[in-house]
Design a protein around this ligand. Structure first.
Ligand code: NDP
Ligand code: PYC
Length: 344
């Protein structure tokens, strides 16, 4: 079998068909398919179609409700918009809460979207980019399951806890960064394992706490936070804000509930939207114009803006389609043919 080139909408139809066959409702399947296809189109392989097996495994294990209907769970006047995902995926719950988050951020200058009881497996740039499309700056974060040892420790107590930020730009793609607070996303370790490649030094420790470059030993041991004690502290902050503060599970509790790291974790998510105009009101200068000067200076210094690689990949996918390897096409065919029987 050879490489196959598909348009975004063709890939979306295939992914939708797989999710519907696996028992997801239209409501759940549409948002999940959109974020997976966006990951693939943006060259964000660790959160593209590779995640489908995990989604199906989580459905099969009964650890996500594939037919959940999310509902808004907060008063109409609060700056905190709460959406309960009902044990379903975070993505449809985010879509449900987004209009209210935008409306409250415009009204109060700042607002938060709290998503509770959701299964979250996807990249967070999806959420922050959606908020920036409304002229708002955005922070998003969530716990994961405990696979990261705090700096100096040998036991996995923190999640890979992704952290993303977006700033709107009217004439360009938004400024967006989005990263795991571990040295790499766990999906990267699994991709190294599948490719038979050693990990870079400094990514992980084995179950005895010794440094390792073996993906298997890293999966059994712990990953390390990025930037030593700094990443360790940011990962801990995410446990506090997007776990404990919103009354949801920490990464340790999520792992206890799941009992394995081979499924997608159930916990909460926090998305904060801010209006730069409201914050800068009464001060000199347009915040958007000033931001552009900063971005120009960064690029002018020889650096690149985060997410530019991804946006370039998106433009290429939009123009030329998405190329799937023979193994990836076989994966999609297997999942469509066998449904939940295709996964352990
Ligand atoms: P990466 O290290 O791949 O990228 C981190 C960010 O840094 C990206 O915005 C990237 O932009 C940017 N970047 C990379 N190199 C440069 C550079 N030289 N100059 C400027 N910017 C740069 O991310 P991770 O592997 O840590 O995370 C990957 C994904 O995994 C994220 O989307 C995250 O949300 C997701 N994730 C999700 C989890 C969950 O529980 N749902 C858990 C953990 C991670 P670019 O993409 O353009 O290279
Ligand atoms: O890549 O670390 C990761 C991850 C965990 C849960 C979803 N993605």
């Amino acid at each position: 079998m050879e490489d196959v080139r598909l348009s975004k909408s063709e890939l979306n139809s295939r992914v939708m068909a797989i999710l519907l066959k696996a028992g997801l409702s239209e409501f759940q399947a549409k948002s999940v398919a959109d974020v997976i296809v966006a990951g693939e189109a943006d060259g964000a392989k660790s959160h593209g179609i590779y995640r489908l097996d995990g989604v199906l495994r989580t459905v099969k294990a009964g650890k996500v409700n594939p037919a959940a209907t999310a509902h808004v769970d907060s008063s109409e006047t609060s700056a905190i918009v709460k959406v309960n995902a009902g044990g379903g995926f975070a993505n449809p719950a985010f879509e449900l809460g987004l209009p209210q988050l935008v409306e409250r951020a415009n009204k109060f200058g700042i607002a938060a979207l709290v998503i509770n009881d959701c299964t979250h497996f996807s990249a967070l740039w999806w959420e922050v980019e959606a908020v920036t499309r409304h002229g708002l700056a955005c922070l998003a974060m969530c716990p994961s399951y405990a696979t990261v040892a705090p700096t100096g420790g040998s036991k996995p107590l923190l999640g890979t806890n992704p952290f993303a930020f977006g700033w709107p730009r009217s004439e360009a793609f938004p400024y967006v960064f989005d990263f795991a607070t571990s040295v790499a996303a766990r999906g990267e370790i699994e991709l190294h394992r599948r490719a038979g490649k050693l990990l870079p030094e400094g990514w992980a420790i084995d179950p005895d706490g010794n440094p390792t470059t073996e993906p298997e030993a890293a999966l059994a041991g712990a990953m390390l936070p990025f930037g030593g004690h700094k990443g360790s502290s940011i990962g801990t902050m995410i446990e506090l804000l997007a776990g404990i503060m919103i009354g949801d599970l920490t990464s340790s509790e999520a792992l206890d509930y799941l009992g394995t790291t081979t499924l997608a974790p159930l916990h909460g998510e926090l998305v904060i939207a801010m209006s730069p105009q409201a914050f800068a009101a009464g001060r000199t200068g347009d915040p958007f114009a000033r931001a552009e000067m900063l971005f120009d200076a960064i690029v002018g210094s020889g650096a690149r803006l985060p997410s530019q690689r991804r946006f370039t990949a998106r433009q290429k996918s939009d123009a030329e389609g998405i190329v799937l390897t023979a193994a990836e096409t076989e994966q999609l065919e297997r999942l469509l043919d066998k449904g939940l029987d295709a996964v352990a």
